[in-house]
Ligand binder design. Structure first.
Ligand code: URA
Length: 406
């Protein structure tokens, strides 16, 4: 076989066989095929594209170019290893919160993450904002932590899919990054080599992502799902909005803080929703649960989450704190009788507070309820608990006084 013939075949629109692709990738990673031929070949793929079969063969060849982990022997029998991957976005700290939730639900998460690329952040850079944290774990340490803690996030070793690493470096400087088969095979080769049985893909779409349009994001998602299927792995792709930064925090330590706040139930609504959705998908693929409903229960999300919208423009003059508390109790979050069970999922998250100006239809709060009927009951009570007026009102002070020994 000859690398030039392979380049020419693709240049002229031919379909490469699995043997030709693996010959080329192996030759490249072992240094028999020089960078200039690999770069020329990437350009032919950029212009001619690849069939799903070729893209799968490329993915498998790149996955096989280095270590291929099998973590099953570090885990209880029949554990399905579920990974997640984000195609990259701004303010994307999803792995930090999702990993902890899924592991807490009993599904081990052993994940190799990457660094920031261009305007998108990387999980490893974010975690390095924690003093003393290191992404460098030996395989033995990785396995030990997975077994004992159930959650590992580590840097990708140089031995994992080295063909992708070398090819990506060439693509980066030859204008061949934005090619669907090259992106899909790059992402999936690393996931397959890391030993995932199932993968949840978070494909970001919008101006803050590499896929700017829904059509592009759908095409990439379909391709990666097809590669997964051909490679015998279960893959679900979520196409998620990246027009504006995810959550509120953008910046390494700030994002870690926001991920922790989200785990404590204090996260921004959009980020929390994404985290819960990705976690549900992972629990479903990992067969920890059979239905989305069961997944929600496991991660303590109420079945009904609905906003209460302002009926008019105005300034929030007063919020009847006691009535809000009683509404929380009525939702099931408190006891009316000593023996009543508490529903830990339910409650109210206030969006507008005293002094805030709201437009008609703007959110006053979000209700988390066990069912539609109790959400509706809470909605009526909360609307009555908010007093809206036209006069400006100062925000309420939080500290009234300081008393010390006089
Ligand atoms: N992320 C990857 O891992 N590879 C690509 O080619 C693009 C984004």
């Amino acid at each position: 076989m000859n690398p030039v013939d392979i380049i020419v075949k693709k240049r002229d629109g031919g379909e490469l066989s699995a043997t030709e692709i693996s010959y080329f990738i192996e030759g490249f990673v072992k240094g028999r095929i020089p960078d200039y031929q690999a770069a020329a070949w990437a350009m032919t793929v950029y212009f001619q594209g690849m069939t799903d079969a070729e893209t799968t063969d490329l993915t498998l060849a790149m996955a096989a170019s280095g270590d291929q982990l099998d973590l099953h022997d570090s885990l209880p029998p029949n554990t399905i290893i579920v990974d997640k991957h984000s195609s990259g976005g701004v303010g994307d700290k999803t792995t930090l919160a999702v990993g902890a939730i899924v592991a807490a639900c009993g599904l081990p998460v052993g994940k190799m993450s990457g660094r920031g690329l261009s305007f998108t952040g990387g999980t490893i850079d974010k975690l390095e904002s924690i003093q003393g944290w290191s992404p460098d774990l030996s395989e033995a340490q990785f396995r030990q932590q997975l077994r004992t803690v159930g959650l590992v996030i580590a840097g990708q070793t140089a031995h994992l899919a080295p063909a992708d690493k070398a090819l990506y470096a060439l693509r980066d400087v030859t204008g061949t990054v934005p090619s669907l088969p090259l992106i899909a095979s790059s992402i999936m080769s690393k996931k397959l080599a890391a030993g995932a049985d199932a993968i949840v893909l978070d494909v970001k779409c919008g101006h803050g992502a590499f896929m700017e349009t829904l059509d592009e994001a759908r095409a990439l998602s379909k391709l990666m799902v097809a590669i997964g299927q051909r490679a015998g792995r279960r893959v679900t792709a979520l196409i998620t909005q990246m027009e504006q930064p995810l959550g509120r925090a953008v910046g390494h330590a700030l994002e870690v803080k926001e991920a922790i706040a989200t785990l404590q139930g204090q996260g921004p609504t959009d980020f929390q929703h994404l985290v819960e959705t990705v976690a549900q998908e992972m629990l479903l693929l990992g067969q920890r649960v059979q239905t989305t409903e069961q997944a929600r229960e496991q991660i303590h999300q109420a079945p009904v989450i609905q906003p209460v919208l302002s009926p008019r423009r105005g300034v929030v003059q007063r919020i009847d704190a006691r009535e809000i508390g009683l509404t929380g109790v009525a939702l099931g979050g408190g006891r009316q009788q000593k023996t009543d069970p508490i529903d830990y999922r339910v409650g109210i998250v206030l969006a507008a507070k005293v002094g805030d100006t709201v437009a008609p239809g703007e959110m006053l709060c979000t209700i988390h309820a066990a069912n539609e009927t109790s959400a509706e009951m809470a909605s009526q009570r909360i609307l009555a608990a908010y007093t809206l007026g036209d006069q400006p009102v100062a925000a309420l002070p939080i500290i009234y006084d300081r008393i010390t020994v006089s």
